[in-house]
Design a protein around this ligand. Structure first.
Ligand SMILES: Nc1nc2c(ncn2[C@@H]2O[C@H](COP(=O)(O)OP(=O)(O)OP(=O)(O)O)[C@@H](O)[C@H]2O)c(=O)[nH]1
Ligand SMILES: [Mg+2]
Length: 325
């Protein structure tokens, strides 16, 4: 597998670009397109991107607002290359970080060839869905309706939901699927493969993400942090990879800093006798090692940055534009 520049082989994401893998099948009449997935927080956008790509490229938690920046996951289907853009959940933004996330999500939609609009089958046409549908008229690209989490509801109610959603916006097609079980994901992928524009592939054939490994590694740690501390720790934390060093024995030494907004949060992340951070580190280390296919030595530090939400540098690291106010 391959993610970002310099991912395979050397497993160092700071190095020069790798030799290009063969692009697209030879002599092919190829297609390639960008598909943005938008929707309310927690509808399953990241889970769907991972299912379409067949590997984890975007972190998933049961909390809303997990995804912060655009994450690209790349899949191939026959002679088509599909570049999925996972976006932060769209909601009523309050505060600088939230505004940056929502602007990023709509920006992702406007830059794509096709826009997939996700609706949570269980939530149905709620206020959040209404808000998004209301703004879809401004999106010129072809839109497809994706009703997710069908494993949680009875079939008859799905058809009624699909009909009322189609009455609100012009969708080129409707899919009902479960990103979690994979049910219906193949149909969506095949349809997209036939509808993205003709053209050469943008990425090497074996690339699954354009995110540098050090960003993905930071995201994995953020996921473990959220999963363990979902009640105690709100959104006041971010993770940065400070050091990534390949050692002679083939293992990788990674240093990361978890930024929190208050001293009380720092104590929560550390836990009694450092137990919590140790457990988070163990979870993250295991998953990062599986992703990069090398042993990992992970060192986590926790720092208090009271106003990290106002620090442009943190936004740059997260791949977000820093809103002026
Ligand atoms: N039952 C069920 N749960 C799902 C499905 N898809 C996603 N989930 C769950 O829904 C929760 C949110 O999933 P995410 O993929 O993080 O959702 P998201 O839309 O990316 O969320 P944000 O990044 O916060 O906007 C997780 O607990 C997933 O396991 C599905 O098809 N069925
Ligand atoms: Mg997400």
């Amino acid at each position: 597998m391959r993610t970002g520049v310099g991912a395979p082989g050397k497993r160092d994401d700071s190095a020069a670009p790798q030799a290009q893998a063969p692009a697209a099948p030879p002599g092919g009449d190829t297609r390639c397109g960008f598909i943005a997935l938008i929707g309310a927080p927690n509808v399953g956008k990241s889970t769907l991107v991972n299912a379409l790509v067949g590997s984890k490229v975007s972190i998933v938690t049961h909390k809303v607002q997990t995804t912060r920046a655009l994450v690209r996951g790349i899949a191939t289907a026959g002679s088509a290359q599909l570049v999925f853009i996972d976006t932060p959940g769209i909601f009523a933004p309050r505060g600088r970080l939230n505004r940056a996330m929502v602007a990023t999500a709509w920006g992702g939609a406007h830059d794509a060839d096709i826009v997939g609009v996700l609706i949570d089958a269980r939530q149905g046409l709620d206020a959040e869905a209404e808000t998004i549908l209301g703004k879809l008229a401004e999106v010129r690209q072809p839109k497809v309706l994706i009703i997710n989490k069908i494993d949680l509801v009875a079939r008859p109610s799905l058809l009624a939901l699909a009909a009322s959603l189609n009455a609100r916006a012009a969708f080129a097609a409707t899919f009902m699927l479960s990103a979690l079980t994979g049910d219906g994901v193949g149909d969506l992928k095949s349809w997209l493969a036939e509808h993205v524009p003709r053209g050469p592939w943008h990425y090497p054939a074996d690339e699954i993400s354009d995110a540098p490994l050090r960003s993905l590694a930071a995201e994995v740690t953020r996921e473990k942090l959220y999963l363990r501390l979902h009640e105690e720790l709100p959104y006041q934390s971010t993770v940065a990879t400070d050091q990534w060093k390949e050692l002679n024995d083939g293992s990788v030494r990674i240093e990361q800093t978890i930024y929190v907004a208050r001293e009380s949060q720092r104590r929560i992340v550390l836990g009694k006798g450092g137990q919590t951070i140790k457990a988070i580190g163990a979870d993250a280390r295991r998953e990062i090692a599986a992703i990069i296919e090398a042993p990992v030595h992970l060192f986590l530090f926790v720092k208090v940055r009271e106003r990290w939400g106002d620090d442009p540098e943190r936004y740059r690291e997260m791949g977000l534009e820093f809103p002026k106010e």
